[in-house]
Design a protein around this ligand. Structure first.
Ligand SMILES: [Zn+2]
Length: 255
């Protein structure tokens, strides 16, 4: 059974057929999905989805794009963390590509979430775009407090992967690994040990080949797993088993 460690089924692009899409997942051997919040409302919806579907879990947090209002929103996010199916704080981090929010505010918001991770003993799910150095600085500052987590949709080099692994984080691989120009991610998948890899779609974004450009959904996970198995030259079943183990090891609230 396959696992999608990061998806956004609360996204508008699923507004018309969310229930149909989700009802097909189990038939397609997708056994577990973590729906990721990106702001107050989508965190609420992630919890709601987790309550409705036994195979869905939630993570709650404020994306760097939305960090402007974190001071008002974070106390409400904190209330969600104790929900039995809220398995992590996320997605959080830094995004210097779009820079929708001032960098200093992004960093403040990121650190405020990390403080909650310490307080509630929860892992974090990190979004990092063109902000690797600052991101790793925050991650390393919280190492002494034992904060662990996931770098979602990892696109960095093996060198960056090494720093992430040394900080005790896991790395999650999405559809980009199947793209024809995916040289760097392929090198990284080769480098990262199988016991530190997770799989995700980031639906509705980043559909893997052969569905690139279409709306993504968790049923595309097997394409990603197949590609990882090819790169690592191991049977698909071995990747499936490792991902299941790694996901449960990292997100301890998953039953
Ligand atoms: Zn995401």
């Amino acid at each position: 059974m396959y696992i999608d460690a990061h998806a956004h089924y609360d996204d508008d692009r699923f507004a018309d057929d969310q229930a149909q899409v989700l009802s097909r997942l189990l038939q397609n051997d997708i056994s577990l999905v973590i729906n990721s919040g990106a702001n107050l409302e989508s965190s609420r919806q992630s919890i709601q989805l987790a309550k409705t579907y036994p195979f869905i879990y939630a993570c709650c947090g404020i994306h760097p794009h939305e960090a402007e209002s974190y001071i008002e929103d974070l106390p409400l996010i904190e209330e969600m963390l104790s929900h039995e199916k809220c398995v992590a704080i996320g997605e959080i981090g830094l995004d210097y590509h779009y820079e929708n929010t001032r960098r200093d505010i992004q960093i403040e918001a990121f650190r405020a979430h990390m403080d909650l991770a310490v307080k509630h003993q929860l892992p974090v799910v990190i979004h990092n775009r063109e902000s690797t150095q600052d991101c790793l600085e925050v991650v390393n500052d919280y190492r002494k407090d034992g904060v662990k987590g996931l770098f979602h949709c990892f696109s960095g080099s093996p060198e960056v992967a090494k720093i992430v692994l040394d900080a005790d984080y896991h790395i999650s691989i999405g559809g980009t690994v199947t793209f024809k120009n995916a040289k760097k991610v392929v090198e990284t998948v080769k480098y990262v040990p199988l016991d530190r890899l997770l799989t995700e779609t980031d639906s509705p974004y980043l559909s893997p080949e052969p569905n690139r450009g279409k709306r993504n959904n968790s049923s595309n996970i097997p394409y990603i797993v197949k590609k990882i198995a090819e790169i690592k030259n191991v049977p698909v079943e071995k990747v499936v088993k490792a991902v299941e183990q790694n996901t449960k090891e990292l997100f301890k609230k998953i039953k």
